[in-house]
Design a protein around this ligand. Sequence first.
Ligand SMILES: [Zn+2]
Ligand SMILES: [Zn+2]
Length: 138
Amino acid sequence: MKRKSYASKPKPPKSRSPEEREQVVERLVGGAIGSRDKRLAGYREKSLQMYPWVCARCGRAFDQSNITELTVHHKDHNHENNPEDGSNWENLCIYCHDNEHSREVEFHFSNGTMPDKDEQDVAKYNPFENLKELLNKR
Ligand SMILES: [Zn+2]
Ligand SMILES: [Zn+2]
């Protein structure tokens, strides 16, 4: 029995030049970054609408002129967890926010024990105390 040969072979996929491929990748990556930015900006706006423009740690107040220094912290440290009621958000100034995340690092590096007491002592220590005395003596 003679096999019937296919009249038309499947066409090979249309080949793209390297330049064309680059453009496609750029479009895909650019789109992904764009939507991520939008999502990140979205929760910050919502949190700033929901909560007063005051740092939840140090109580520093913000207005239009310096609102860029007020950031939104995720209480459970999961930036993907953005419930609509804002229960995972906390408005923190950039300094307190930094502090919040360096605590997290310390926690991991100290075998799970928080250096509570030491940290408080450090906070009370004022490196300019002597300097002030010296200046007053003059
Ligand atoms: Zn603060
Ligand atoms: Zn944070």
